[in-house]
Design a protein around this ligand. Structure first.
Ligand SMILES: Nc1ncnc2c1ncn2[C@@H]1O[C@H](COP(=O)(O)OP(=O)(O)OP(=O)(O)O)[C@@H](O)[C@H]1O
Length: 406
């Protein structure tokens, strides 16, 4: 291996460097926007003689500094240098070098070109879309969220607060119109809270950080037919990866891996029409998984499926938590599903009226009935047994219940 190639490999820039650059650029951009906004506000105040020249000058100075800091980051040269370095190495290789060296150098050149292209794109996008760090283990923190669809309409969410830890499976239940879907739209950033805050892994979600925060999330919707974009399972899973600018060479493996996680790896060349509802939902999950989100939101994703499809998708949700370490939020009308979850959020008329383990929530059967919710079949059996004087502990599965009775 020539010294020059070895040196390049020990100093070369990676995907992490470009992500760090995006974060730095985006933060500097947000700081600049904030300073610009302050400048606009103080100018208005100055016109109304509410502040003096000295106060305005202070804000102008901050704006100048923020602008300077932002422009300095834009001048970053290291990605171009990185590309220049390997281009030169590549050019200087001679016929004395083995084909393995030629191949390696070509691969490095392709990688450096890709990183440079990403650098140029991220400058255009002001660093949006960088992957944020997980600053803590709280996947979702909602603090005093209030929301209404229009100023003259009543609040649809009232002072909703909760914390969902990384790796938890949480179901959200509630009667029709209780605010479940609105909550999911707020979580994915399709709607903005009127007041209150959302944080994902310790990162405050604002309109400016939304693009970055969204990368933590994937969502699977109710109707499997509306989620197919590609003409085959493979094309469908590829869609999100293409948007993420994944190299075509790596794409096939990533598609295969994602499909395998939901047991659809043997269906990659199949057309959507050939699949059952449950299989389509599994493909929708694979398309989301291919993008490696930490949190998966299922918005009534089992409600249009036959019993087999319903069971399959519910098993995947459990698998996502147990074997893939994902955080799962499932909005559901299926009361039996809550037994699979770690926690249950109960919504009623825009308020979160309960948040606890399934056992804690199911202790209050009368309350659930009073807000028009059914109780799981298993709980009905437990209730009937209790009425007959047979005392048993809470069970999460029929097998557990049967073994208690026997
Ligand atoms: N786009 C909208 N404009 C105005 N009001 C809306 C809009 N979408 C929903 N709402 C209202 O917000 C409230 C909460 O609706 P939401 O869809 O969040 O409830 P939900 O619990 O998901 O109901 P469901 O189980 O029927 O899907 C309801 O009163 C609904 O009529």
């Amino acid at each position: 291996m020539p010294e020059s190639l070895k040196k390049f490999q020990s100093t070369k820039l990676s995907e992490k460097d470009i992500n760090d650059f995006k974060k730095e650029l985006h933060n500097a951009y947000l700081e600049f926007l904030k300073a610009n906004n302050e400048f606009y506000k103080i100018n208005q105040k100055y016109k109304q003689k509410q502040v003096n020249k000295k106060e305005v000058a202070k804000v102008v100075e901050i704006k100048k500094q923020k602008s300077k800091a932002f422009k300095l980051i834009l001048k970053e040269k290291k990605f171009k240098e990185n590309l220049k370095f390997i281009s030169k190495v590549n050019k200087n290789l001679s016929t004395k070098n083995s084909s393995i060296v030629f191949e390696k150098s070509k691969e490095e050149l392709i990688e450096a070109k890709k990183i440079y292209k990403e650098f140029l794109a991220s400058v255009k996008e002001m660093g949006r879309g960088a992957e944020l760090d997980q600053l803590n283990d709280i996947a979702i923190k909602a603090e005093n969220i209030n929301f209404k669809y229009n100023f003259d309409l009543p609040y649809v969410l009232n002072d909703v607060s909760f914390e969902i830890k990384k790796g938890e499976y949480v179901t959200v239940i509630g009667h029709n119109g209780s605010g479940k879907s609105t909550l999911s739209k707020l979580l994915i950033g399709a709607l903005q809270p009127e007041s209150g805050h959302l944080s994902l892994f310790g990162n405050y979600v604002t309109i400016d950080t939304l693009d970055q925060a969204r990368r933590f999330l994937g969502i699977v919707f109710q109707n499997p037919d509306n989620q197919f974009i590609g003409s085959s399972v493979e094309a469908d899973i590829a869609f999100g990866l293409e948007n993420k600018r994944v190299e075509p060479k790596l794409m096939h493996d990533q598609i295969y891996e994602a499909a395998k996680k939901v047991g659809m790896e043997n269906f990659l060349d199949k057309e959507p029409l050939m699949l059952s509802g449950g299989q389509k939902q599994r493909v929708a999950i694979a398309s989301v998984l291919a993008l490696s989100p930490e949190i998966l939101i299922f918005d009534e994703a089992t409600s249009m499926l036959d019993p087999k499809g319903n069971r399959e998708v519910k098993e995947i949700m459990v698998d996502l938590r147990d074997n893939m370490g994902k955080t799962v939020i499932s909005i559901t009308h299926d009361m039996d599903e809550i037994l699979n979850a770690d926690k249950v959020i109960v919504m009623n008329k825009g308020q979160m009226v309960k948040f606890g383990t399934p056992e804690e929530v199911l202790k209050e059967k009368e309350f659930l009935r009073s807000i028009k919710l059914d109780v799981p079949f298993l709980s009905l059996v437990e209730e009937a047994l209790e009425k007959e004087g047979i005392k048993i502990k809470h069970s999460n599965t029929m097998d557990e219940l049967v073994s208690q009775i026997c």
